[in-house]
Design a binder for this molecule. Structure first.
Ligand code: DX5
Ligand code: ZN
Length: 227
């Protein structure tokens, strides 16, 4: 079953507990951490994640768009995140970092910016619980989905099948009712959606309908049939 992770970047930051409640039934809550160095935007840090983890039962999926994730990621696990995504472009030692995140009890995930290929990282995949393929340049919500990322999603799904891995494949950026089916057909199974969920009149209903669209689109896909 596809999973949906609404991004609180598009939520009202003064009412985060209510905004989590508004997407009840989501598999994850996606928390975008930005440091104004790795990306040209600044959002939130460990204390906010700590409070949010106490305020909701939905597990937190922290997407670290920051320099030096090797130093910061463990603190986000301690703050209560269930899954930590670091960018490979920023990590000094991705294997050591993934092992540390797992050892601390969270799921370890690695993200690739649009310009970063998957192929050099084939041997690292068994160290990960999830791989995130960015479908926009990271930094802002509400950007247009990059169709040119679809071949990378497909090639990553092929690598997952080739090595018979239990690796989730997440997409983030411009995912909506009009793009989610393409992502699911190509091989994604975890979908981040910010504006498509929080811009909707009924965010919980938007989550359900996105999940349904993804489920239908992946039902007949080669990679899901092989499962
Ligand atoms: C962008 C963030 C995304 C963002 C997605 O850098 O990583 O998680 O919130 O927003 P939408 O779904 O509006 O593109
Ligand atoms: Zn994100």
């Amino acid at each position: 079953m596809p999973q949906i992770s609404p991004s609180i970047l598009s939520a009202d930051f003064a009412r985060l507990a209510d905004e989590a409640e508004a997407v009840r039934g989501s598999d994850w809550l996606h928390v975008d951490v930005m440091d104004n160095h790795f990306v040209p935007n600044l959002t939130l840090g460990v204390p906010v994640v700590e409070s949010l983890a106490r305020a909701t039962d939905i597990p937190l999926d922290c997407h670290l768009m920051i320099e030096d994730p090797d130093r910061w990621a463990p603190q986000f696990v301690e703050a209560g995140a269930g899954s930590i995504t670091f960018h490979v472009e920023a990590a000094a030692a991705p294997v050591r970092l993934a092992r540390e995140i797992r050892a601390k009890g969270a799921r370890a995930s690695m993200a690739l910016k649009p310009g970063t290929p998957i192929e050099p990282y084939e041997d690292l995949l068994p160290e990960l619980d999830m791989l995130l393929i960015m479908t926009v340049e990271p930094g802002f919500g509400g950007q247009a989905f990059l169709d040119i990322m679809l071949p990378k999603i497909r090639r990553t799904r092929e690598l997952i099948a080739k090595h018979d891995l239990e690796l989730w494949l997440q997409v983030d950026g411009g995912v909506s009712a009009s793009t989610i089916e393409r992502c699911a057909e190509a091989g994604a199974d975890v979908f981040v959606a910010g504006s498509a969920v929080y811009g909707a009149e009924d965010p919980a209903e938007a989550v359900r309908s996105l999940r349904e669209l993804a489920a239908k689109a992946s039902a007949d896909a080669w990679w899901a049939c092989a499962h």
